[in-house]
Design a protein around this ligand. Sequence first.
Ligand code: S6P
Length: 577
Amino acid sequence: MNFFSLCFQSSDYEPSLPVTEKSNPLTRDIDRASPSGIVGMLEACDAQMFQRETGTNYQRLFDDQVVTTLTEVAKRVELILKDPQDSLVVLSGCGTSGRLAFFIASRFNEALKQLNRTLVYSYIIAGGDRALLSSQEAPEDDPELGMLSLQKVCEGKKRVLFIGVSCGLSAPFVAGQLDFCLQHPEVYTPVLLGFNPTHQARDEPIPGCTFTFRSVAQRLQELAQRRKAFLINPAVGPEAISGSSRMKGGSATKIVLEVVLSAAHAAAFSHTPVANDGILQHMREYERAVEMTYQHREGIAALVEAAGRSLQNEGGVCYLGWGPMAFLGLMDASECNPTFGAGERKKRWRGFIRGGYKDLNNNEGPLSSLGPDFCIAHEDFLHQVLPSLTDRDTVLLIYTQSDDLHEVVNLGRKVREKTSNIHAVHHRTDSVEALQQVTFLSFGLNKLCIFDTFWQWELSTKLVLNAVSTGAHILKGKIYRNHMIDLQVTNSKLYRRAARLLQVHKTVAHMILEYTYINQDTLTINRDNNWDKHGPCSVQVVPLALVSLLTGCSLKQVESRLEQRQILRDALEELIP
Ligand code: S6P
């Protein structure tokens, strides 16, 4: 383990920031790295998730206390599985955390269905099902909405295990739900999952509430001593791109929840009692999955390069997925705009799932009437995208050996007639690969084939897709050092992050406000703090303000310079004498 990998744990490293918002010392120059260099840095960051105890105050994933808490939560789930009458396990979160809540609840309900058991899992995502496929950041600020949606899902239930996920221990939506659970202990047992220590939970006042996220987390911590609540909050290290909790935060969420729920299922249905050893062993399997994924560093780098080239040439990237992997594609695609694309007029990154909403099986059913971005079936791809596909676009097929290979080949052929820029991420566990290889070579597909076991397919796919979308946007110049600088400023967390980025360079978050005098929409956003009403601002506010601050140039001058130069660091270096 090198020095940089551990130094974020030192108490004087960016002391005012929680771990999930710190900048990772390993990726300071990621905006200058080659595709292979980018993937190497992501690998080092992901390895931090599994670092063992290092003598600091931070709890880590493999610490005894964390493993014991996972065991106890699994036992609570087991009780509900064995006696599901009037009971529920609710998974809830905002953005990526809500998407994972949906995905994991669906996967484990599916497992129950196959066993002919009562379904016990429900999900809540801030902003409703449309947030599964697009960024809906504003509802994250609304604790009452969180509380009301929890109440609705749990109507008539007598016993609820509520698992609220907020990687940064920061979302008011989740704080509202946890507070509600604490007020009704006769029904609700709250579990909080996130990746900061409690004292780093967000302490900013929430309008209309007497609590902050931190005060709720502290109350949970007290109750945790009597096992009336549970807190799972190991540090997994700062994100490769500061604050981008869709990456490690999302992966660690997936690992923790799957380890807990599968231990509970094994105990309830296969007579394997929940125990610390089993939990530890399962987590080690995930660690191995991460290592195995990055053994394909050059293959992943080739995908990053192809997708990056598409973005540089104003093309798009499409994921065509089969089975559960397809949702990971939808999820990754949905995160690109809020993370990197403040100025984008067209959605350049799209995901498709074989049977559309039938396969997605979400609570609210088909959402295609909301617009083309919500048309997600392969059929939609064939009608909306294929006709205008060119070599500038990248298409990535995502499938496993469980999917219908003839279908994959047929769709691949249609794409191949339009673009040679077609690739695949494929998972397998046995030697049927030899046969498949022949089929694919016959139409010349670049294929990244990952040899691993069923449980690891999903995490591995998530890592590859995160690397491709993050890497491609880095190559397009959307990252400054390791900061998401072209982010959409659409809720209070993102507003603070943007303001902080500007303050780092010695001044004035009020540059954003100054800019808002030119842009009426944003002006109102800041005045009444109602992000929902106004929607995202279409201008690259943060890069504009930052370059203007550093150079003293007028906003108009900077705007035209940014249009000419895609890479932010290049624009800066050209403007600064
Ligand atoms: C982060 C992603 C966001 C977060 C959301 C919830 O990369 O774009 O949508 O998932 O803001 O964050 P948290 O900290 O409450 O899980």
